[in-house]
Write a protein of this length. Structure first.
Length: 651
């Protein structure tokens, strides 16, 4: 074709894995397999109205007018190669990487050019052998139109591409890379774990410095786009545990590097020792000791972060060496120590501890009025107290709101503030688009935040965007493979998506990590009931009630399980016990949603709607799950239920 033609198109690149090395060892075999690769691709592309622009060495540049057909073509190519390999001798097997991107292309003299073509070639290089990687543009067009597994790979900085690019991986068979049931991952050179520092001093009260220093380093490194950082909950599993080798921990967490250290405080002086270890070679990348006053902890933390980034640079691509290092969150050492104490108490997750943490964060903010993280963590304390009923939900969340606004006003790059604002907008304002924007902003700032990913997954789940929710939770699982919370949320989302067997697997994993995880037992029971194993399901829900007897929602689930199994007598007994505990106000001890769920499970629509209205009046955060919660399956078509869903933006 002469001249220039601009158009929208989907571009696919394919590439044979290991072809160059094979040509050096067996050129004849390499050429034979290359010809087979070409025959497979050419035999499939035409069926999806694709056009071969050119063969590039051991791969192809292909163009499609339909993005959906490009993706279906990629899937069939990989399936065809997999079937072929199953029937071939090992020496005659080959694998292909595929990348797909869509956008504007320019055709000149039969070839295509432009950013879309360049980006597609970069994406293909990131695919695993036998894998397919697609851009976010392709994902948006196909995610609800293909029945395959799609997982977010997070954002990548690609060579000669200015902005980070969000990528997804898809396949018709389960992904082979991530966590197995024992929590083992393939070790990645760009993946790091920062273990809890050990307090080797004589005073256990100084644990807050050791824990806080490690947590702040995790937060700092999570902001670096070229690193994947294991989240706090998985790293904390090694606190006080039998010392394992760097290689063992590397295999369990799938990390290529490990940071560990110790602190000793004595007579106002602080000694910090830290080392960075290559978990594959078991070699020190960097180590250093610091002797300083406690008031110099800020400078020590900053220097550790800066030196560790420099030591890790050889693991990055040259184009990424200019990436910024971690930032300082305050310049006031006394405020920083109060902040570390606050974080220490907050992670105990008991009412008294959280209240103590809130006071410490408030003191830190008074000492440094521009300490954005202190405002954000104070807000998290109030939200915790409101969500779990230690104060009225409206009181807790409304105290958090100005604190989060202040934190974001001071530092718009503070990921935790945006993540918490997303929770507030979702749980109390029912501002779904606003909440989504805040969660996306948190992930943009800190792509390694497992909590931001799983909180966003919960939002997507509430909006019935199942494929996206599952993709987000799988990112969280990879970032935090030993987290009970992540496994519980993953199981819940899969349960609500109707994928009960996968839900059971995730929830059993959560219980393996922590046998006393009440929420995991509860949802495991629900998933078993959905699979028809009612007795086992009821036993799990009762176990959850034993572990957390004050959680009324577990009783609602027990009532639902009995009602679903046709055991209405037992269901009504559960309801009667809850009503006996119910004070006259209707909301002091038993959330209205709990009673609404019980009445709905028993088919008493009028009473269910009555309690839903009370939940609406008090802005219950539990209403967020109105469209997915199974309790309400029998009343979803009732006009009053439909109106309620519409009133909170879930129509």
């Amino acid at each position: 074709m002469s001249g220039e033609d601009r158009r929208l198109a989907a571009i696919m690149f394919t590439d044979m894995v290991g072809y160059t090395s094979l040509t050096q060892s067996d050129e004849a075999l390499a050429l034979e397999l290359l010809e087979e690769h070409r025959n497979v691709v050419r035999g499939i592309v035409s069926r999806y109205r694709g056009e071969e622009i050119k063969a590039i060495g051991d791969g192809f540049l292909l163009e499609f007018r339909s993005t959906l057909e490009a993706v279906r073509c990629a899937l069939e190519i990989q399936d065809a190669i997999e079937r072929r390999n199953a029937e071939s001798a090992p020496v005659k097997r080959f694998q292909v990487r595929i990348g797909v991107h869509s956008g504007d292309v320019v055709e000149v003299a039969g070839d295509v050019y432009g950013d879309t073509v360049n980006l597609a070639s970069r994406i293909e290089a990131l695919a695993e052998p036998g894998g397919i990687v697609i851009s976010s543009q392709v994902y948006e067009e196909v995610h609800n139109k293909i029945a395959v597994q799609i997982e977010s790979l997070g954002e990548y900085r690609l060579k000669n591409v200015e902005a980070p690019v969000l990528l997804y991986e898809l396949s018709s068979s389960p992904r082979k890379r991530p966590v197995d049931r024992k929590g083992t991952l393939q070790q990645e050179k760009r993946r790091i774990a920062i273990l809890p520092f050990t307090n080797i001093g004589s005073d256990a009260a100084d644990d807050y410095i050791a824990d806080g220093l490690a947590e702040e380093l995790i937060s700092a490194f999570s902001r670096l786009p070229h690193l994947k950082v294991v989240a706090r909950t998985s790293a904390m599993k090694y606190k006080g545990a039998r010392r394992k080798s760097a290689s063992e921990i590397g295999k369990e967490l799938g990390v290529g590097a490990l940071m560990e250290g110790s602190i000793r405080k004595h007579a106002g002086k602080l000694r910090v020792t830290v080392q960075l270890v290559d978990t594959v070679q078991e070699e020190y990348l960097w180590s250093q000791s610091y002797d300083s006053g406690v008031e110099d902890i800020l400078s020590v933390q900053q220097d550790i972060a800066d030196k560790a980034v420099e030591a890790l640079r050889p693991k990055f691509e040259p184009a990424e060496e200019s990436a910024a290092g971690p930032r300082r969150i305050t310049s006031n050492p006394e405020a920083f120590l109060l902040y570390l104490k606050g974080r220490y108490h907050l992670t105990r997750y008991a009412e008294a501890e959280v209240r103590k943490a809130a006071g410490l964060f408030e003191q830190a903010a008074k000492l440094d009025e521009r300490f954005a993280s202190a405002y954000a963590m104070s807000a998290q304390c109030h939200m915790f107290l409101g969500f779990f009923g230690f104060v009225a939900p409206s009181e807790g969340f409304e105290k958090a709101r100005p604190l989060l606004k202040r934190a974001i006003e001071i530092d718009d790059q503070l990921d935790i503030a945006h993540m918490l604002m997303g929770r507030l907008l979702m749980d109390t304002d029912w501002d779904w688009s606003g909440a989504e924007a805040e969660f996306k902003r948190a992930i943009e700032i800190s792509p390694n935040s497992a909590e931001a990913h799983y909180r966003y997954a919960l939002l997507l789940n509430n909006l019935l965007r199942n494929a996206e929710a599952i993709a987000e939770i799988k990112v969280a699982e990879e970032l935090d493979p030993l987290s009970v919370a992540v496994s519980q949320v993953a199981g819940s989302i899969l349960y609500y998506a109707g994928r009960n067997r996968e839900a059971i697997e995730r929830l059993e994993r959560a219980i393996e990590i922590d046998p006393n995880a009440a929420f995991a037992h509860e949802n495991l029971g629900l998933a078993r009931c959905q699979e028809g194993d009612v007795d086992a399901g009821v036993a799990e829900i009762k176990r959850a009630m034993e572990l957390d007897p004050n959680n009324v929602m577990f009783r609602t689930d027990l009532c639902y399980a009995y009602a679903k199994a046709g055991r209405s007598g037992e269901a009504r007994e559960v309801l009667a016990l809850v009503e006996a505990d119910q004070p006259g106000s209707g909301s002091d001890r038993v959330p209205p949603m709990a009673l609404a769920g019980m009445y709905a499970s028993l088919g008493e629509t009028d009473r269910a709607v009555e309690w839903l209205r009370k939940a609406f009046e008090e802005h219950s955060p539990y209403l967020c799950a109105l469209k997915v919660e199974r309790w309400f399956d029998g009343i979803r078509t009732d006009p009053r239920f439909v109106a309620m869903a519409r009133s909170i933006g879930l129509d």
